[in-house]
Design a binder for this molecule. Structure first.
Ligand SMILES: CC(C)(COP(=O)(O)OP(=O)(O)OC[C@H]1O[C@@H](n2cnc3c(N)ncnc32)[C@H](O)[C@@H]1OP(=O)(O)O)[C@@H](O)C(=O)NCCC(=O)NCCS
Length: 198
């Protein structure tokens, strides 16, 4: 497949949408698995949408279970459109305790942005780092992307620590991007490319 730039697509169209979303095992009986349209997953997403830190840093809020279910449906629609690939972080057979995924997927360019959050009871045990590392390996080695970016406000040191520990090198500070509830924040740009050492 040749893109409009005349450069061959890094990943051919269809590779994301036409394959099943895999379950990616993590340590400690946890895994990355697709979000399910169940009350348990909707309630986990609702809890995230009502958590002040997740709302603040991941820039979303949810009012009720119906909104959470609609968001899960959008997650699956974005995968079918090959613009996103989002997993729940969950114990095997259990309800979601976090999220890790790829936004702004551009298969032709071989790029995506990684995002994550963890519900308060599951924080502080290395879950975000583990999920980001596992998802990056899948995105670079299995899907075939070349470059993943990770952005966080300069006022969010926990996310900076996750980025560094997950192998995303600091590349610079973007000014006044993006707009948060309390105004414009500068943000760190981190990235990991396929040729980086593990
Ligand atoms: C940021 C977040 C994902 C981290 O999840 P987590 O599973 O608790 O993270 P981990 O346990 O994998 O590791 C976090 C690291 O950050 C460190 N950390 C946590 N809070 C910190 C803080 N306020 N300042 C500096 N470092 C901090 C931890 O000590 C740990 O590093 P260490 O292992 O060297 O001690 C979670 O706190 C969260 O969901 N926050 C709200 C939403 C958010 O910030 N999302 C990211 C948007 S860019």
């Amino acid at each position: 497949m040749i893109s409009s730039s005349g450069i061959p697509a890094v990943v051919p169209p269809g590779r994301l949408a036409e394959s099943d979303q895999p379950v990616l095992p993590l340590d400690g009986g946890l895994e990355l698995r697709p979000w399910q349209l169940t009350d348990a997953d909707a309630d986990a997403l609702l809890a995230a949408g009502q958590d002040p830190d997740i709302s603040r840093w991941n820039l979303f809020s949810l009012a009720d279970r119906a909104e959470a279910r609609a968001r899960i449906e959008r997650i699956h629609a974005r995968r079918r459109a090959e613009t996103g690939a989002i997993w729940a972080i969950a114990p095997h057979g259990g309800a979601a305790v976090g999220l890790a995924g790829l936004n702004d997927v551009d298969l032709a360019a071989g790029t995506a942005e990684i995002l994550y959050w963890v519900l308060p009871p599951a924080r502080g045990t290395g879950l975000a780092v583990q999920a980001a590392r596992r998802l990056s390996r899948w995105a670079l080695d299995d899907l075939g992307l070349h470059r993943l970016i990770l952005c966080h406000s300069v006022a969010n040191p926990a996310s900076c620590r996750v980025a560094e520990k997950a192998g995303f090198s600091y590349e610079g500070t973007q000014r006044s991007a993006p707009l948060h509830a309390d105004g414009w924040h500068d943000q760190h740009l981190h990235a990991r490319v396929a040729t980086d050492p593990d």
